[in-house]
Design a protein around this ligand. Structure first.
Ligand code: GRF
Length: 203
């Protein structure tokens, strides 16, 4: 399965996905990394791994539709079958999400449906939960609401700050995202017509 990864920054999730895709057992081949911002560390990580990169700078587009249209063209150019949003900080338009339905995965640093949106880790601390974590889900038109593929919980530790909790969650992300990518790339999991997860081996 030809995978395109969209990033906006550091790219530690990208690194985890690249490391997994390099295994002989992987069903995924990362063929392009697209960033909406120039010069970010994630682009360097991709180049070091010998993966083609493209920058589609959202500031150069007059509308979300035009920005998404360019992203779409790059994904088609590289014949991408599966898109992974790895710390990609843009909201994709409904038209893009509809076209790529069942083919776009996102990682969110909370146990959805709790704590949607930005600062999810901070929301968890403020709510006083004892378990936090991350979720990999199919992207749907509603933000942070698509069918859940993989989750991993992490404990909230006394004295945790937003930073210490985010670091612990990010370690979980680096396990959960590659696992979810493999499940979808291998065909073990797909998005059903009704918007729910379908596990292939179970009839
Ligand atoms: C991660 O914390 C992820 O949960 C959020 O953005 C961050 C991406 O970090 N979506 P990185 O660029 O993958 O290091």
């Amino acid at each position: 399965t030809r995978v395109g990864v969209l990033i906006s920054g550091t790219g530690t999730n990208l690194q985890a996905l690249m490391d997994r895709a390099r295994r002989p057992s992987s069903s995924a081949e990362i063929v392009v990394v697209i960033s909406n911002r120039p010069g970010v560390q994630g682009l360097k990580r991709a180049s070091l791994a010998g993966i083609q990169t493209r920058v589609v700078d959202h500031k150069l587009y007059g509308s979300r539709a035009e920005f998404d249209g360019t992203i779409d063209r790059v994904l088609e150019e590289f014949k991408v079958d599966l898109v992974c949003l790895a710390g990609f900080m843009r909201i994709l338009t409904g038209a893009f999400v509809k076209k790529w339905s069942g083919k776009v995965l996102n990682i969110h640093p909370s146990l959805l449906p709790s704590f949607k949106g930005v600062n999810a880790q901070k929301q968890a601390l403020q709510a006083g939960v004892r378990l936090a974590g991350c979720t990999v889900h199919f992207v749907a038109e509603e933000v942070d609401a698509g069918a859940i593929i993989v989750q991993e919980a992490v404990p909230v530790v006394a004295g945790d700050t937003e930073e210490s909790l985010s670091d612990r969650i990010r370690e979980a992300e680096h396990r959960a995202f590659p696992a979810a990518m493999e499940l979808v790339a291998s065909g073990a999991v797909q998005l059903g017509e009704d918007g729910h997860i379908v596990w292939k081996q179970h009839s």
